[in-house]
Design a protein around this ligand. Structure first.
Ligand SMILES: [Zn+2]
Length: 207
């Protein structure tokens, strides 16, 4: 796999963000069930602190995502998107400095610049949390895209279809935060499918 390996670590702050958001969406019992099936029982009633110390391996984070998807069956994709959405809201509320959005006023910028700003901020926050992260924004095409070749959500997973629904939800909420509008987010490439990176395209705005 390009740019990462099975020992890539996720920091406490990001695990805390994910667990808080998952509990908000799934309830405590739902979260506890998937923590058990994904071998992360130690976090039951015991979320990690909000700091940048290493917490879990990327592959464990991927297992948690897979466990949530399986727990809800056909509804799994929608639940993961909702958790992703809640994760971005948590980041703005609790980690605005890390995200680089504290006190930022975007209203004077054109919409495309606003979208690029928030996507670059997300990539920057991930890089601050772990210098091995490779995430970037590509605005060379007709549509803006966000890419990561070190995506933790699909680390070690294999699937015919893209699986990073939590990421899709976070990106959708980020773009909504920056523009006040809902955009369709399409995961066009995914490492679980054997692609070198996960790629999320910012599609059409919904009316
Ligand atoms: Zn991915």
């Amino acid at each position: 796999m390009a740019g990462t390996n099975d020992t890539t670590m996720i920091v406490n702050a990001l695990v805390r963000q994910a667990l808080t958001s998952a509990q908000e969406v799934m309830g405590e019992n739902g979260l506890n069930a998937v923590l058990r099936t994904s071998g992360l029982e130690r976090f039951i009633g015991n979320f990690p602190p909000d700091n940048l110390d290493p917490s879990i391996q990327a592959v464990q984070y991927a297992k948690l995502n897979e466990a949530i998807e399986q727990f809800y069956g056909r509804g799994g994709r929608g639940m993961l998107r909702r958790i992703g959405k809640a994760s971005f809201q948590y980041a703005v509320r609790e980690q605005a400095a890390l995200l680089g959005v504290a006190g930022v006023a975007l209203k004077i910028l054109p919409e495309k610049q606003r979208i690029k700003f928030i996507l670059n901020s997300m990539a920057g926050a991930l890089k601050k949390s772990n210098p091995d992260v490779q995430a970037w924004v590509d605005d060379s095409g007709e549509r803006i895209a966000y890419l990561e070749s070190t995506c933790a959500i699909c680390q070690g997973r294999q699937s015919e279809l893209p699986v990073c629904h939590l990421y899709t939800g976070s990106i959708g909420e980020a773009v909504h935060w920056a523009t006040g509008r809902d955009f369709e987010i399409i995961e066009t490439h995914c490492r679980a499918r054997g692609d070198p990176h996960c790629r999320f395209e910012i599609g059409e705005a919904r009316a």
